[in-house]
Design a protein around this ligand. Structure first.
Ligand SMILES: Cc1cc2nc3c(=O)[nH]c(=O)nc-3n(C[C@H](O)[C@H](O)[C@H](O)COP(=O)(O)O)c2cc1C
Length: 208
């Protein structure tokens, strides 16, 4: 049985294209394996608290105050969702060429030294092993090539954050040109939907 953790981060609620596309992947996965388990963590609809002076110690394991204990327990729960999953599916809209602050806050809670990565004499080492990730990126404009490519700080950042934890098997699916007319948007969503259906079968095969 394959387990997928979906992390949605769009601020746009039901209108969100990335949220619809993560659901497409979940639905196709279920079509191919009815025993597939899907867990959804929606940090766009229910944002995580930012780390503050009262809570930041928790990500280094401190739990001497109630605020730290709550933050540590939240961080442990979020990391548990990752470690329980075979595939981490991230719905990532491009916000100001990067990722939404809601998604960044999720990474701030799950990237923990000694837990999801560690520093060694040979440099940092990811501790989250045996996972695959699928990142669905939605963008108003076009960044895959040409003059927009240099502005894309979304995909490299996501690759770095996942890779730092040890998740280097990452597939990116982009739905771009969403604000460049109805035809362009429909074509992008159709192409992403088709690719997600293919990937759902591949993931199933790998997990079997
Ligand atoms: C705060 C904000 C910033 C955005 N910045 C960019 C951007 O830098 N480049 C871009 O192509 N689209 C940008 N967009 C547009 C979104 O990427 C696009 O609407 C995408 O579909 C959002 O995903 P969603 O439909 O899941 O909400 C931005 C949207 C918002 C709300």
């Amino acid at each position: 049985m394959v387990k997928a953790l979906i992390v949605n981060s769009a601020a746009t609620g039901d209108a969100s294209v990335s949220r619809k596309l993560t659901q497409v992947f979940a639905d196709r996965l279920k079509d191919h394996d009815s025993s597939a388990e899907i867990i959804v963590r929606d940090v766009g609809i229910e944002p995580l608290p930012h780390l503050t002076a009262e809570t930041v110690g928790a990500i280094r394991g401190a739990a001497s105050t109630e605020a730290e204990r709550n933050a540590l327990s939240l961080s442990n729960a979020l990391i548990g969702e990752i470690t329980d999953a075979d595939i981490i599916v991230i719905g990532a809209p491009m916000y100001n060429f990067g990722i939404p602050s809601t998604l960044k806050a999720w990474f701030d809670h799950v990237l923990r030294a000694g837990v999801t990565f560690r520093y060694t004499s040979d440099g940092p080492q990811g501790l989250v092993k045996g996972k695959r990730a699928l990142v669905i990126e939605t963008r108003a404009g076009f960044y895959s090539e040409g003059p927009g490519a240099v502005l894309d700080t979304q995909e490299p950042h996501l690759r770095n954050l996942l890779g730092f934890m040890g998740i280097s098997d990452v597939e990116f699916v982009r739905a771009e040109r969403l604000a460049l007319g109805a035809d362009a948007a429909a074509a992008a969503i159709d192409a992403a939907t088709a690719r997600l259906a293919e990937l759902a079968e591949t993931e199933l095969t790998l997990a079997a």
